[in-house]
Design a protein around this ligand. Structure first.
Ligand SMILES: Cc1cc2nc3c(=O)[nH]c(=O)nc-3n(C[C@H](O)[C@H](O)[C@H](O)COP(=O)(O)OP(=O)(O)OC[C@H]3O[C@@H](n4cnc5c(N)ncnc54)[C@H](O)[C@@H]3O)c2cc1C
Length: 373
């Protein structure tokens, strides 16, 4: 009989999981409540996409492995390949970082474009389908204590407003930081995972700019990006200028310890002038704002310890921010999503796609990585 896996949430973690599941199931259905924009653009379900997103070197490698051609496609669409040591003016705790090639280059791009490149590649797989505009409102379970199994999901179409059920052999929750999986488990009589939350009360304020034409750049501007650390405890605001495709800059102010950066345009501009160096404010003065100021304060580290749960219903897994959402300051989330897809692939290879033991063993393996990413 044909097997089906359902992935709840078609953002980065869901797309990576979908790619891996495509090797083991006859059919993989990735479901998102958003409609995907035709071009690389923000969408409601991923509000963090408007903020700076750094892709770590490991994440870049893992995405290329999962989606061959990812790297050239990113560069072709305008991602910048940047050596942080050589091309970013970085004021760290101890002073300006000496300008030296690090030998490691990173791709600088908007999160929206990165997701689009990944999604376009996933769409080419014949066994994977993406359903948009459809929310998963619950998981369907069978069995009782100790013998529960996820057998599908309940859906609600955002367009038609209608509901239906879709059967599956495996349900993978990738619905992000705000995942309702703990509630779905509780409603089914399963204790939801214990949580560790570490909240340093961080917040981002971000504004996008059109970079000035090269002829307007002062000759001493050798950099492509800027990074200014805070100097705790007195100075609690960091600033980043992150160049992305389309000749644009993403400028983010990050505050720590409840010292949230301003969310209005005048306040944002004024706060740039309070950073430890005037460089970022000077750069922005030559650039043209192309967005309002976006804020984000949902930045606590949140680890849902599925690996510690007493009961692991068969046929139910969770990945990505839904399991472990890092403070974005670390730039870990996308890389972690890609690495966890590899861990999922290993577990599926070892145990098979419908094994009773799969959830327990996968959650343990995933947690070993997440504890020390
Ligand atoms: C401000 C900020 C900055 C960040 N910066 C970085 C960075 O620099 N580097 C980095 O690697 N990571 C960063 N991250 C983290 C990164 O955005 C995530 O780790 C990454 O997007 C993977 O998340 P995800 O796919 O698990 O969830 P999300 O990206 O949150 O996506 C969840 C998806 O599930 C869908 N969904 C939710 N509920 C349902 C439902 N019931 N039914 C159907 N669909 C549903 C949503 O529409 C969405 O598409 C940052 C996060 C924040 C908040």
């Amino acid at each position: 009989m044909a097997t089906r896996a359902i992935v709840v949430g078609g953002s980065l973690a869901g797309l990576c999981a979908g790619r891996v599941l495509g090797r083991f199931f006859d059919r993989v259905t990735v479901i998102d409540r958003d409609s995907y924009p035709a071009a690389a653009a923000d969408r409601t379900g991923v509000p963090q996409g408007r903020h700076v997103h750094a892709l770590l070197a490991r994440g870049r490698r893992e995405l290329e492995r999962l989606f061959p051609g990812f790297d050239p496609a990113m560069r072709q669409r305008g991602a910048l390949e940047i050596d942080f040591g050589w091309e970013v003016a970085a004021l760290r705790q101890f002073g300006w970082l000496p300008r030296e090639p690090s030998g490691i280059t990173s791709l600088f791009a908007s999160r929206a474009m990165l997701e689009t490149v990944v999604r376009d590649r996933l769409r080419t797989l014949p066994t994977v389908e993406l359903i948009e505009d459809t929310a998963v409102v619950d998981v369907v379970w069978s069995g009782v204590d100790g013998g529960r199994r996820a057998t599908g999901v309940r859906l609600r179409s955002a367009v038609a407003g209608t509901g239906r059920e879709l059967a599956a052999d495996l349900v993978v929750d990738a619905s992000g930081r705000q995942s309702r999986a703990p509630e779905w488990l509780r409603a089914a009589g399963v204790e939801p995972p214990a949580e560790t939350v570490v909240d340093s009360l961080c917040g981002y304020s971000t504004r996008w700019f059109k970079a000035p034409e090269p002829e307007r750049w002062p000759s001493e501007w050798w950099w492509k990006g800027i990074w200014i650390d805070p100097l705790l405890p007195a100075q609690r605001t960091a600033g980043v200028l992150f160049p992305v495709e389309g000749g644009r800059w993403i400028v983010t102010l990050a505050g720590i310890g409840g010292h949230y950066p301003p969310g209005d345009e005048a306040g944002f501009t004024a706060a740039l002038g309070t950073l430890r160096s005037p460089l970022l404010a000077e750069a922005v003065r030559l650039a043209k704002p192309i967005s309002p100021v976006y804020g984000n304060r949902a930045m606590a580290n949140r680890f849902r310890h599925y690996e510690r749960s007493a009961e692991h219903p068969a046929g139910f897994l969770a990945v990505g921010d839904s399991v472990c959402a890092f403070n974005p300051i670390y730039g870990q989330g996308m890389t972690s999503a890609a690495v966890c897809a590899r861990i999922l692939e290993d577990s599926l290879e070892r145990l098979g796609p419908t094994a009773r033991e799969l959830p327990r063993r996968f959650f343990r393996a995933q947690a070993r990585f997440l504890r020390d990413p």
